[in-house]
Design a protein around this ligand. Sequence first.
Ligand code: ADP
Length: 503
Amino acid sequence: MGELTRSFDWAKTAIGTPDTWPQSLLTTINILLNSRFPMVLLWGEDLIQFYNDAYIPTLNNTGKHPKALGRRAEECWVDEWPVMKPIIDKVLTTGEPTWGENQLIPMYRNNKLEDVYWTFSYSRVLDDAGKAAGMLAISNETTAQVQSFNELQDAKKELEFTLDAAELGTWDLNTKTNLVIGNHRLKLWFGIDSQSETYLKDMLEVVIEEDRPKVIEATQKALEKGSDGNYSVVYTIQNPKDNVRRIVAAKGKALFNDIGEPTRFSGILEDVTEDYQVQQRKDEFISVASHELKTPITSISASMQILQKFTKTGELPEKVSLFINKASNNLTKLVHLLDDLLNVTKIQQGQLALNKTRFNLTELIKDCCDHIHTGGTHEFVINGPDFLLVNADYRRIDQVMVNLLNNAVKYSPQATKVEISVMSDEESVTVSVRDFGIGINPDKLPHLFDRYYRVDALGHQFSGLGLGLYISAAIISRHGGKIGAESTLGDGSTFWFTLPIDS
Ligand code: ADP
């Protein structure tokens, strides 16, 4: 009861002592005192105010408590009275209860008029003779809730605006019901009516048939128990309404509960059709250009081989021989660049055929090391068994090895050593190439095997097209192996690949 007891003395003079109080007032006060919910009672013609302990925090920063106890409501709520009075009058005269949810009733507190929100219910209390004698208000301040709701709404609006400006679709899959909530853009792309409920299976139907399995697989993988929940897949959709095709890049993340069940799966969708078309035109151009270059370069190579034979007879002046050898070396580089471009075309068109044979992988690695021209700067150290039989395409694995070794030398100009290790278990062989060179920033590692990717794309220190690792990755993947890299900037890198035994 606390503060209330003290205020009773004051209240006595206003409405008499408790023993003279009408039964209805006693009952109402009893309800009020026992309530854990903030309650206020305004009693009698003067509307004398009583409230319970639960109401005290609401008054705290107004400076009104405890003065407000047993005081006339009008004196207590001077600034708020114009808003409160009509509501109270209506309840008292009509007897109809009134209520409000999160209603704004500005209030003077903290030395200023503040926007304060209330959820309240006002009802009339009758005296023992059945006449209107007071009003009981159950009243809870909801300013904090309203403010956080408003902030949330603002943040949501901001996010929607950003997503709209970025022209992104959004999706949120309920993993229990398979219902998908999407934004307006997503529905537009998938030809879904804005009002209708959308299930995952409806959306999958819009994915073109050949891409559907990879979308299903990516979804299952993301939702799998123990997965990292990441989802990233590019696929084509065809809008069933206008038949417009779009290539979209979907990215998302699944969240899991304590027992590893997915609880939420949401993400974004980006229309990448134009990027793909530009990429496709670029690929087509490179394909045509490299094929066109192939014929004259093959013919120049043949002539160069003949000329090189002459340099060995000693019939040519020394200077001419020198230039022929220089031209020949540069022609070899040109042929390699062209080969890389032609390889990319083959990979793109799914024509990277393998010609598998059984051979000793260690022997291949030794051969590669012997044939790489380092100009004597680097020593290759091989660790591993002398004999390791694999079933693979010799020429292609040689290409991967040459690329990794060349890179190890190229990107470690200050170093003198490259370490190669070969290991095997029952399932696979792992080859790793460790250099002691410039190393790679960890956040660049995931992109190394992308087409045309170069860490220092604009730098001119190292030449290259950014294709070697892309081609190597395609070759290893065609063999059913894995490829990867680890590195510390400034401390060198380790590139590794695996080949399944007896693949
Ligand atoms: P290229 O060497 O022709 O640029 P690659 O596909 O072989 O193309 O390599 C891609 C990029 O990866 C290179 O541009 C380089 O930035 C980085 N890289 C490859 N190997 C190494 C290495 N051993 N050390 C440091 N960076 C490397």
